[in-house]
Write a protein that binds this ligand. Structure first.
Ligand SMILES: N[C@@H](CCC(=O)N[C@@H](CS)C(=O)NCC(=O)O)C(=O)O
Length: 281
């Protein structure tokens, strides 16, 4: 697997880099961003936090706006941010170029329906191909935690619940908690997975939590001034299942915060310190 380095910036004594590679899973050229903390430059292998961004994002948004580097440097955690969908020549987009389907809206699942099924396999990319690339090319160990925002919060929680042996902890900002019951999720799942709703359940965090057998520590932060909260994000069903199952969910409703990276940048330190508790030094 050949990586082409696209950028390299020194930040908080570590490095922020962007790389490009051919993805066998997504059938296109993909970019990702990585933050390597100073510890990784001294010959130590460090754990990785995978960050999954939301609708309309690329590998750039989190790195430029979240303000995560200072604390990641202190804690010795690498951060990897993939793009949010396959991209490039030949990759289909939604015919209306809507922001919530197609490019920038991969929903971290494996599409089964044409025309999406030849490229839109973000689940396999995030769970399998990308960690293999990261572990083969950077000074990281196999300890993984996962986090994300909005569509990426749905990705982080559903991926962690489906792979409780791969991730030591999971967190999310403003996640789409119950995609089978909101307009963003219903539109995307119909296109990518087809009309049969029983096929949707395997990517719905609330349904997956109902079925889960193994606990994985989970932190969710949600702003109460988020204008997507009631129509799209719907955390109540997830919180209810967590209560019933005595699940390790720490849910924080933060007054006054909206859906943006201003909110994420305020609480990213809390999320990084939460994950650090579950990582071995
Ligand atoms: N108002 C946005 C809706 C999408 C949105 O809010 N995207 C969030 C994730 S769901 C985001 O992170 N946007 C990019 C950014 O703020 O950098 C739009 O129409 O593009």
């Amino acid at each position: 697997m050949h990586l082409t380095q696209l950028s390299n910036n020194h930040v908080f004594a570590g490095w922020h880099q962007q790389h490009e590679h051919e993805s066998n899973v997504l059938n296109c050229t993909m970019k990702f961003a990585i933050y390597l903390p100073p510890k990784a430059l001294k010959g130590d292998k460090v754990p990785v936090l995978y960050w999954l961004s939301g609708l309309t994002c690329t590998e750039e948004n989190f790195m430029q706006k979240a303000g995560a580097f200072k604390v990641a440097a202190e804690l010795g955690i690498a951060i990897v941010a993939p793009d949010t969908s396959p991209r490039g020549a030949g990759v289909p987009d939604d015919s209306d170029q809507a922001y919530d389907l197609g490019l920038g809206a991969g929903f971290y699942l494996n599409a089964t329906q044409p025309p999406w099924d030849t490229h839109y396999k973000m689940y396999d990319y995030v769970v399998n191909e990308l960690p293999e690339i990261i572990e083969n090319n950077f000074p990281v160990n196999q300890q993984k935690v996962i986090s994300g925002h909005s569509m990426g919060g749905h990705g982080a929680i559903s991926i962690a619940l489906k792979n409780p042996d791969k991730y030591l902890s999971v967190s999310a900002f403003s996640p789409i908690c119950n995609p089978i019951n909101c307009p963003w999720g219903q539109k995307a799942f119909t296109a990518y997975l087809g009309d049969q709703q029983d096929h949707w359940l395997e990517y719905d965090s609330t349904e997956l939590l109902k079925q889960s057998k193994k606990q994985i520590p989970m932190l969710i932060s949600q702003g109460d001034a988020d204008n997507f909260l009631n129509e799209q994000l719907k955390p109540d069903a997830l919180i209810e299942i967590a209560k019933q199952k005595d699940y390790l969910l720490d849910y924080h409703l933060e007054p006054g915060y909206d859906h943006s990276y201003f909110f994420i940048s305020t609480f990213i330190e809390q999320h990084l310190r939460f994950h650090a508790q579950y990582l071995q030094k």
